[in-house]
Design a protein. Structure first.
Length: 343
């Protein structure tokens, strides 16, 4: 008798074949420890500059390779010095062996797909079914990225993304940063195509520190399952970006990697100032987000939830995530296409 997989199980399987960030590029001066969906990883950079993601367990006696040292194009174990090549992960040197020809032939660590983008190192646990995120609206900008210190949140990827994209909570959670915001949400301008969801929303200058730069248009973009961004287009300053990329340490626990970027022609605050302000907003969000139950969206519909028009953007994200689950069971597809308005 075959038991049908739950939507949660299907979501977990799809995410194993999806790109997620596991380290900041700037931190690879030394090997970094990472966890993705329960898998312990080491992230490191070779002497030639190549970022590498491999399993963290040494196949000799199980030590954590993230405590090891880089030797050119290989990583040495901190326990007995066994070295594993960046290319393919095969053991290339065992110090205790007089004859290196006697290295166990099967001694190797699993090596994962790896790319660097938006100031982070990205990987997937299985062969990626989707291309790494590449937002069309950023290609025309000359963006300089600054990766923030990651944030821990006991939620799933979808809950973390929804929190970033939700607009009805500003009047409550962000009183400190935004001051008085009208709790009534206007009809939202949302469009979705496949895994991409866009929303354009004006932000009027108000009381809080957040709005000192004047009026702007907030151009939201989510790509399911795990990229959420706002490109701010200020009337007098130009464009800047904040983006979040929650990495599932476990199905219902994320490490939120995130970054800010300024266009070369942006005349507002520098990257450090933009990061400072955005981090204050994140820190207002996290205590409440940590109380959300269940900690990840209930794809199997065991819980009752009620929605209103102000939830239109995040409801479209849920539709996109469900499509991601379905598409994640099948053949490779392109993740991000040129945006166009839907009828």
């Amino acid at each position: 008798m075959t038991t049908q997989a739950t939507q949660r199980q299907r979501a977990e399987q799809a995410m194993r074949r999806q790109w997620f960030p596991v380290a900041r590029s700037t931190d690879l001066g030394t090997p970094q420890s990472a966890t993705l969906l329960g898998e312990k990883l080491v992230v490191w950079r070779t002497a030639s500059g190549q970022a590498v993601v491999q399993e963290a367990r040494c196949p000799h006696r199980g030590a954590d390779l993230s405590l090891g040292e880089v030797h050119g194009e290989s990583l040495g174990c901190p326990y007995h010095g066994w070295r594993f090549a960046a290319e393919g992960g095969k053991c290339s040197h065992v110090p205790s062996l007089e004859d290196q020809c006697k290295i166990p032939q099967a001694a190797a660590v699993r090596t994962f797909a790896c790319q660097e983008r938006y100031g982070h190192v990205w990987t997937a646990l299985e062969e990626p079914l989707f291309e790494l995120y590449d937002l069309a609206e950023w290609r025309e900008l000359d963006l300089e990225w600054l990766a923030a210190e990651p944030l821990d949140s006991p939620t799933g990827v979808a809950v973390a993304v929804e929190n970033f994209g939700d607009v009805a909570h500003f009047s409550y959670i962000h009183r400190g940063m935004m001051g008085h915001v009208n709790p009534v949400v206007e009809p939202l301008n949302v469009r979705r195509e496949g895994l991409d969801i866009w929303m354009d929303r004006p932000l009027q200058a108000c009381e809080g520190e957040w709005a000192n730069d004047g009026d702007c248009m907030m151009n939201y973009h989510i790509v399911a399952p795990g990229l959420v961004a706002i490109t701010y287009d200020y009337e007098r300053l130009g464009k800047r970006v904040v983006a979040g990329f929650p990495c599932p340490v476990a199905y219902d626990h994320v490490k939120i990697f995130w970054a800010v970027a300024n266009d070369r022609n942006y005349t507002g605050g520098d990257l450090q100032e933009c990061l400072r302000v955005e981090e204050l907003l994140y820190l207002e969000d996290l205590p409440v987000a940590a109380t959300i139950t269940p900690a990840e969206i209930d794809w199997d519909a065991k819980q009752v939830e009620h929605s209103v028009p102000s939830d239109l953007y995040t409801l479209n994200y849920r539709r996109a995530f469900r499509e991601f689950i379905e598409r994640g069971q099948h053949v490779p597809v392109r993740l991000v296409d040129e945006p166009r308005a839907l009828p």
